[in-house]
Design a protein around this ligand. Structure first.
Ligand code: XMP
Length: 515
């Protein structure tokens, strides 16, 4: 691993944010657990180490520590909050409990020059955690800034190239935080910042070629950004050794299948097998209303169809059929795997659970990337904005947005309604600001009146949420005139709809999807 920085994870949100900020400074970062040994670190040969903040006090029972030998490897270290306290302790300083908790904006004053604070004015606002305080520093370390609450807000030892900051440079509220990280990376660690989207593509293309040689590779396209970027990347690396499979379940957004086909066959010239399987899905889902059963049926049928295609292509026969399977696994999935939620959500999406006898090896070209990097790589590869910026869509598709039995008629009504919602959201310029915006069809009918006649048709529920990571979400405050336009169009243009409602539930307690 050359030109990389390790971020030691003392608290997941903090570490992920730091890793992203490091990458914004065009330096490759990798998150590692606190249990990493000095030998492991040495074998990775990083150019710098960042110790993240975390919720613990260094004095608490079971507070995470770090192999002390890591501090003597001669690798530059930046400790942040909890990480700064560990650094202070490990290098002969002391940390005292102040008994005060909480976080907040604080004015910090520079008291001595340091290479990491050269861009700071004498006084600046930082986002500080008022936990424990560093009260004394080890030999060779000097204090470089202070605040009312923290006599040692920045400290360091220029010979050892080790620094600690008692605030969070990674959060946007810390005025010169990114500048501090960049000084540490570019100047202290001597990392020039060459991790760009073009370089990611170059590295991945080489890695994919080395991994698969001249073997054939299969990729399931879901319509989402991750599988599309993964496929485009693999195609760039190995051209017609790649075959993509797109299974149209009849539960996709309107026009999605055609767009995938147009993009991948016409634009990229990829070998694409488009399986039109709507009838099989509706037959399998007939009479089923339980959400978990629906998900299971949809997931299993997908796997069965994919398996049929793979076998037709000669997979698992020992001949020259496909031996590799592309998966759009992202870095947060890698970090969080094992935490259940993420792994579960992804299981269908990523074609988990293929029969063992097919015996695919995985190609995961997005394994080290965050979502925004995946989008940037997609743009760089020339994928259309509509795919690159597409809002997330659940693997089981409209199947979990029809509440009750899934039928072809209901799927068509919902796909039409969803298209209206998205069209108006896009027209209002809100599409990229919203995490998701879509329509739901609860399979109950209500009475209405239209013209001279009584109607008896379905309601459509509008769901629009803002979120950073889908773990929590807030309902979006869509403008009333936009809502009115959507409602009018739904009732006038979508046959089978006579009522419109708005879901104003946040997550928690609601989930984003209804099933
Ligand atoms: P919930 O409804 O749990 O959803 O708040 C969180 C996020 O995950 C998406 N989602 C799925 N994605 N396969 C997927 O690939 C699924 O089975 C699935 N279920 C939910 C959902 O759209 C939201 O972004």
């Amino acid at each position: 691993m050359t030109d990389a920085v390790l971020v030691v994870d003392f608290g997941a949100q903090y570490a992920q944010l730091i890793a992203r900020r490091v990458r914004e400074a065009r330096v490759y970062s990798e998150i590692v657990p606190t249990t990493i040994t000095a030998a492991d670190v040495a074998s990775k040969a990083p150019k710098g180490i960042i110790l993240s903040g975390g919720p613990s006090s260094v004095y608490a029972d079971g507070a995470p520590t770090l192999d002390p030998a890591i501090f003597s490897l001669g690798i530059p270290i930046l400790g942040i909050c909890y990480g700064a306290q560990l650094l202070a302790q490990a290098t002969g300083g002391t940390v005292a409990a102040t008994g005060r908790g909480g976080y907040g904006r604080t004015a910090m004053t520079l008291t001595a020059a340091s290479p990491i604070t050269v861009d700071f004015p004498e006084v600046s606002d930082v986002w500080m955690s008022h936990g424990d305080s560093i009260t004394a520093l080890g030999e060779g370390f000097v204090a470089m800034a202070s605040s009312d609450d923290a006599p040692v807000a920045v400290f360091g030892n220029e010979n050892l190239r080790c620094y600690g900051v008692q605030f969070h440079p990674e959060v946007a509220h810390s005025e010169y935080g990114q500048a501090l990280l960049e000084r540490f990376l570019h100047d202290v660690c001597d990392l020039p910042g060459t991790w760009t989207h073009a370089s990611i593509i170059e590295t991945q293309v080489a890695a994919i070629r080395a991994q698969v040689g001249d073997a054939k590779v299969l990729c399931a396209l879901s319509g989402g950004v991750d599988s599309a970027v993964a496929a485009a990347l693999v195609h760039k690396a190995i051209g017609d050794q790649l075959t993509c499979v797109f299974v149209d379940t009849g539960l996709m957004r309107r026009g999605e299948g055609d767009q995938i086909e147009a993009t991948f066959t016409k634009h990229f010239n990829v070998e694409l097998i488009h399986v039109r399987a709507a009838d099989r899905y509706f037959a399998a889902l007939a009479g089923v209303t339980d959400p978990e059963r629906k998900r299971k049926i949809i997931g299993e049928l997908f796997i069965r169809i994919f398996e049929e295609v793979a076998r037709d292509l000669g997979a698992g026969t020992g001949g020259d059929g496909p031996k590799f399977l592309v998966q759009g696994t992202l870095y947060p999935d890698v970090i969080e795997s094992g935490s259940g939620h993420a792994a579960n959500i992804k299981s269908h999406h990523n074609v988990g659970g293929l029969p063992e006898d097919l015996d695919f090896d995985l190609v995961e070209p997005l394994r080290s990337l965050f979502k925004d990097e995946v989008r940037a790589v997609g743009e760089e590869l020339g994928l259309p904005g509509e795919i690159v910026w597409r809002q997330p869509f659940p693997g089981p598709g409209l199947g979990v947005r029809i509440i009750g039995e899934v039928t072809q008629e209901r799927a068509e009504i919902l796909a039409n309604a969803d298209a209206v919602v998205l069209e108006e959201i896009r027209r209002a310029g809100l599409y990229r600001d919203l995490w998701q915006s879509f329509a739901i069809l609860p399979a109950v009918r209500t009475v209405g009146v239209m013209g001279d006649g009584r109607t008896y048709a379905y309601p459509i529920v509008i769901r629009a949420v803002t979120s950073d990571d889908a773990m929590t979400a807030d309902w979006a405050r869509l403008p009333y005139d936009l809502l009115e336009r959507i409602a009018n169009r739904l009732i006038n243009e979508v046959d089978g709809v006579n009522r419109v409602a708005l879901d104003i539930t946040s997550k928690p307690p609601g989930t984003i999807e209804w099933e």
